[in-house]
Design a protein around this ligand. Structure first.
Ligand SMILES: Cc1cc2nc3c(=O)[nH]c(=O)nc-3n(C[C@H](O)[C@H](O)[C@H](O)COP(=O)(O)O)c2cc1C
Length: 300
């Protein structure tokens, strides 16, 4: 039985990865999960210099998921390279570094700094506000997506996966823009913008007013978007959004994803990523399917 998949020229032992920002750089979860059993660990977003993140409260539980407005708190690329990459190198898994920035130059600085590090893939989070464009996220307009993809591709040593925002009118146009800019793959979905109001305090629950919605409630939306994106481009797609079990992950693969990322579910069950790998194996055995790759995009 084969569980291996090829993601943008990088071989993963299975299609199960972690979703950026929900798994740290693996250290907390390594007490629960054998990281060597995962296809890849995707790190939290990293910027050129440390970011403090947003004021608290910055997470809230909602029906079927959560809202977060962490604001991409991170220690900066130097601490990350010194501390997190050597930690992950102890395991037999692929390392995907999630990159964020306030300007194109900031994204470029991180990508260039990572050129000689033992990192397998780069995932570019383009849901960050672009300070030079009045805070509109880089990923909100196809022209912007194509431009930043092209810029990063000209500097990156590792394959580049552009992580698309679902807060757009046409996910197909965004996927095509990333491909036109030379992306080696795309991943989706990032969180959907939401809001929660405390009726007793008559104010916003999050200090930031809005937050990104994640968790099981967004799964059907994400499956639809992955299906649309996968049919719009030829480059590989990583599917995520609300995965809690092997069946949820398999839906993305059948919709056209080569690999999947598991996010919010880690907060509920820290063993979930490894359980999903085992669940996919059980499914393949029960369905007498000997190669996971035969399922990618099998539902037209
Ligand atoms: C607390 C939290 C932090 C996140 N941080 C990042 C991040 O740093 N970079 C990024 O690209 N996505 C980030 N995300 C988005 C997730 O990687 C994922 O795209 C989204 O949560 C949907 O998957 P899920 O429903 O399985 O959580 C974050 C999500 C959460 C809940």
């Amino acid at each position: 039985m084969n569980l291996k998949v090829d993601l943008a020229g990088v071989s993963l032992k299975n299609p199960v990865m972690t979703a950026s920002g929900t798994f740290g750089s693996g250290e907390e979860y390594s007490e629960f999960v054998d990281l060597s059993k995962l296809g890849a660990v995707v790190t939290k977003g990293v910027a050129p210099t440390p970011w403090e993140g947003n004021p608290t409260p910055r997470i809230a539980e909602v029906y079927g998921g959560m809202l977060n407005a962490i604001g991409l708190q991170n220690p900066g690329i130097e601490v990350f390279c010194r501390r997190d990459i050597p930690f992950l190198k102890q395991f037999d898994t692929r390392i995907v570094v999630n990159v964020c920035g306030h300007t194109t130059e900031e994204y470029c600085a991180v990508v260039e700094r990572l050129a000689d590090e033992p990192v397998d893939l780069l995932e570019i989070n383009i849901s960050c506000p672009n300070v030079k464009e009045g805070g509109i996220a880089f990923g909100q307009d196809p022209k912007g997506i194509e431009a930043i993809t092209r810029e990063l591709k000209s500097r990156a040593k590792q394959p580049v996966i552009m992580k698309l925002s679902p807060n757009v009118t046409s996910i197909r146009d965004c996927a095509r823009a990333a491909e036109a800019g030379g992306a080696d793959g795309i991943s989706l979905i990032n969180t959907l913008t939401g809001m929660k109001i405390d009726v007793r305090r008559r104010s916003f629950v999050l200090a930031n007013k809005t937050g990104g919605m994640s968790g099981p409630a967004i799964h059907p939306i994400a499956v639809r978007m992955v299906y649309e994106a996968a049919h719009a481009v030829k480059i590989p797609v990583v599917g995520m959004g609300g995965i809690t079990c092997a069946e949820d992950a398999l839906e993305f693969i059948l919709a056209g994803a080569t690999a999947v990322s598991v996010g919010t579910a880690n907060f509920i069950n820290p063993y979930v990523t490894q359980e999903i790998v085992e669940g996919i194996e059980t499914y393949l055995r029960e369905e007498k399917i000997d190669d996971i790759r035969s399922l990618i995009g099998a539902v037209k």
